[in-house]
Design a binder for this molecule. Structure first.
Ligand code: SF4
Ligand code: SF4
Length: 386
């Protein structure tokens, strides 16, 4: 499933017409090419066939509860960070049919799963590849793999693009997930500004990527190309100041389940679930059997769900988490602490989406800092924590 490890491929350079040729090759191979584009005041991911559909010359300003597109003073095609959308929408769709059954005289026939699209994703950031690796652990590296996710993931091809212009909400370095692409890609592009707008240093991450690169008009990367790309990588890393130090964090959180900060944040939180919808790793879903007026047809639908919904933990007699305090605490402590117990990793990749898209500007890094700041004073007595 994961692209095979890079071998001794040397970086090559692609110009802008070459980027269009890359898209053409992917389309000719029968892939649906999904990439960034501007719609409704944000950069989102949609099917595209032309580089003119990319967000050329657009960047964004982001902050807690704030996201606004802005015009850049150059014409970079990938000069934005991340928007509200994520690749999760394509690998784990917000609404899907998990099965359909027809009843006949011969019994019940369950329809085979419908064919999944062969995607090629263009513009995938390092933190987003890390998020997909997190979802792989949830959906595939488990005793009960999710067939639909596994099929979509298996077929997808990843053309990553290194970040040049992180947002102030980004904190991937402290989560070990960026800003430079390290694994999980077939091809990794670095956009280098030049007189023609930009060119791309292309690093090859898999045999599949090498086969595609071989069909394009590229040239070997010169020292000047490598230096220019390195300047993009170091500039992006230097631009990120927000951090969420993870050392000892699990212990801090599980020993502070009665910290007063949970009340403070609950007084602001609207329990709107935006943070879980934009998060590229959140994976909760509702499964509902949908009947029809016809007695011989039934199907089951899966839709994204959120731990911020009061009925998410509905059991006989009521919800287990009926206060906003308990739901926010569940979200944060799962993501940053108990996720390790379940999946051996953090549930956060530091993309910052939940900060920008929280309507009241709640900042996960700030909440953790506040709890850490008084950790020694507020821990539960020994034996009281899980
Ligand atoms: S933290 Fe913000 S985005 Fe998340 S549920 Fe609360 S108000 Fe909504
Ligand atoms: S918790 Fe927030 S910062 Fe972390 S991966 Fe999810 S949306 Fe991104």
């Amino acid at each position: 499933m994961a692209p095979s490890a890079p071998t001794d491929y040397h970086p090559v350079v692609l110009d802008r017409p070459g980027l269009q040729a890359l898209i053409d090759v992917l389309v000719a191979d029968g892939r649906r090419v999904i990439g960034p584009t501007v719609r409704d005041g944000a950069v989102i991911y949609e099917e595209l066939t032309q580089i003119g559909e990319l967000p050329g010359g657009w960047g964004e300003d982001q902050g807690p509860g704030h996201y606004r597109l802005r015009r850049r003073d150059d014409d970079l095609l990938f000069g934005y960070a991340v928007g509200p959308d994520s690749w999760k929408r394509f690998l784990f769709p917000p609404v899907s049919t998990t099965w359909q059954a027809e009843v006949s005289r011969d019994g019940v026939e369950v329809a085979p799963p419908s064919e999944v699209p062969r995607y090629a994703f263009i513009g995938v950031r390092a933190c987003e590849l890390a998020a997909i690796a997190v979802q792989d652990r949830v959906f595939v590296q488990t005793s009960y793999p999710d067939r639909d996710y596994a099929a979509r993931r298996e077929q997808a091809l990843f053309v990553a693009v290194n970040c040049s212009s992180p947002a102030t909400t980004c904190f991937c370095p402290s989560m070990g997930s960026g800003p430079r692409v390290g694994s999980g890609h077939d091809l990794a592009l670095t956009e280098i500004p030049d007189a023609a707008g930009s060119r791309f240093l292309v690093e090859i991450g898999s045999e599949r990527g090498a086969a595609i690169a071989a069909r394009l008009a590229t040239r070997d990367a010169a020292p000047a190309d490598r230096e220019a790309a390195a300047a993009v990588w170091s500039g992006a890393a230097a631009a990120i100041s927000r951090a969420l130090p993870s050392d000892g964090l699990k212990n801090v959180l599980v020993h502070n389940l009665e910290h007063p900060r949970w009340d403070t944040v609950a007084a602001r939180c609207l329990a709107c679930a935006n943070c879980t919808m934009v998060c590229p790793t959140c994976f909760c879903a509702d499964f509902r059997e949908a009947g029809s007026l016809s007695p011989d047809h039934a199907e089951q639908h899966r839709t994204w769900a959120s731990c911020f919904a009061v009925d998410h933990t509905q059991l006989h007699g009521g919800s287990m988490r009926w206060t906003t305090r308990s739901r926010y605490r569940q979200w944060l402590t799962h993501k940053l602490a108990t996720w390790y117990d379940q999946f051996g990793t953090s549930g956060c990749v530091g993309c910052g989406r939940c900060i920008a898209w929280c309507p009241v500007g709640i900042d996960i890094t700030e909440e953790v800092s506040a709890i850490r700041a008084t950790d020694g004073l507020t821990r539960l007595p020994a034996g009281a924590a899980p």
